[in-house]
Design a protein around this ligand. Structure first.
Ligand code: SF4
Ligand code: SF4
Ligand code: SF4
Length: 376
């Protein structure tokens, strides 16, 4: 199809698919989302957000600043610090891809819930990867499907476009594209585990400070987590595909007779459970290393464990707070998950098994190497 017809079709699609009051463009600084943002503007929506994390290339940041002359782009700053989470969890890898959730997803979801932006226009294209080819022109975010109140839609107007179509559109409309494309084909985060060798070499050159900081983290991590023989390889390249075998430390034993529960363990661990225990029971007691409560709803032991283990392992990322339909989940002063008793309506969205991007609803449960656990 010629580019003019592709454009017409995409603009019609945006108009038909979105309620503009509830829509925002997710601009990444890349060419695909640039085209999506331009199409949205032509359709009548000039509002984009850019997640400005410390993983963006400086060149990309400057480019986005310049683009604010042509489009209304809001910067969103992630609350979580990438380097801090590398220490709390592990440096990310293809198999330990926590950074998308901890830096990007939670930032965009919190913004969207607060500003009632349920439609996200993206530059996702089907031919980018096998995983993306399984998406559709409109997809629903599976994580937010666990939230009974909010449903988010990714609207992908260039889903069927080829890379060639994207460049044709950019040339045809004389759009300014990210100068990083002069060096690399993909302008994502500079320390992405999915980066190629060329991209990694470029990161060393263009982001020397961050690069050295990250290298130091890889070094320190490898000393206590990687075998001596593998260490050099891990620091050079191996971190990208690294996966650990997580270690489970049972610290609490739980048993029940009907809906009466007893949990035995160290008082320090039992008191941590108080943060979310209210969701399960309005009354409980802790005496002599024993916690007792009467369950007030129909939940399986596995679900109770899921909820209470969050209190034991929380690393304070805030990702699971977006599961709550009434905003009752929050991080307290010690950066641990907690619940506002006045807001909680007992819907149990935070206890149920959640598949897809955030299995079982907790970053720590998915990505922490040493996990404290409850056995029954
Ligand atoms: S693009 Fe790569 S580095 Fe950036 S958040 Fe996603 S996985 Fe992590
Ligand atoms: S049970 Fe309470 S805290 Fe959990 S998701 Fe429902 S309202 Fe939120
Ligand atoms: S409970 Fe898990 S997902 Fe929620 S803030 Fe803590 S670590 Fe993050």
């Amino acid at each position: 199809m010629n580019i003019v017809n592709l454009e017409k079709e995409a603009i019609e699609f945006i108009k038909e698919s979105c309620n503009f009051d509830e829509t925002v463009v997710m601009f990444s600084g890349g060419k695909d989302s640039l085209v999506a943002m331009d199409l949205a503007k032509k359709a009548g929506l000039n509002h984009a957000v850019y997640i400005n994390s410390e993983l963006e290339y400086t060149i990309s940041r400057h480019y986005v600043e310049k683009m604010k002359k042509y489009y209304f782009i809001e910067d969103l700053k992630p609350e979580n610090d990438f380097f801090e989470f590398c220490n709390l969890l592990s440096p990310p890898s293809k198999r330990l891809k926590w950074c998308c959730n901890v830096l990007k997803l939670v930032t965009s979801m919190k913004y969207s819930i607060k500003n009632k932006k349920y439609y996200h226009i993206t530059g996702i294209r089907g031919d980018e990867s096998l995983r993306r080819s399984k998406y559709d022109k409109i997809t629903s975010d599976p994580l937010l499907f666990a939230n009974p109140r909010y449903h988010f839609f990714e609207v992908n107007p260039v889903f069927d476009w080829s890379e060639k179509d994207i460049w044709r559109y950019i040339r045809h409309n004389n759009l300014k594209f990210n100068p990083l494309y002069r060096y690399i084909d993909r302008v994502g985060c500079w320390c992405c585990p999915f980066s190629t060798k060329n991209e990694w070499d470029l990161a060393r050159e263009l982001e020397p400070e961050g690069f050295q900081k990250f290298k130091k983290i890889l070094n320190v991590y490898s000393v206590s987590n990687v075998t001596a023989e593998y260490r050099r390889k891990y620091i050079k390249n191996g971190w990208r595909s690294y996966a650990f075998k997580y270690l489970k430390f049972p610290v609490i034993k739980m048993h029940n007779v009907s809906n009466h529960y007893t949990l035995k363990g160290d008082n320090i661990h039992l008191h941590k459970l108080e943060n979310l225990l209210f969701i399960l029971a309005s009354n409980y007691s802790i005496n002599n290393n024993e916690l007792t409560f009467t369950l007030e709803m129909n939940l399986q032991n596995q679900q109770i464990r899921l909820l209470l283990e969050k209190c034991l392992n929380c690393v304070g990322c805030g990702v699971c707070t977006v599961l709550c339909p009434v905003n009752a989940l929050y991080l307290d002063d010690s950066k641990t998950i907690n619940v506002n008793k006045d807001l909680c309506v007992g819907c149990l969205a935070c206890c149920k098994q959640i598949d897809s991007k955030l299995k079982m609803g907790c970053i720590a449960r998915n990505y922490k190497k040493e996990r404290l656990s409850i056995v029954f």
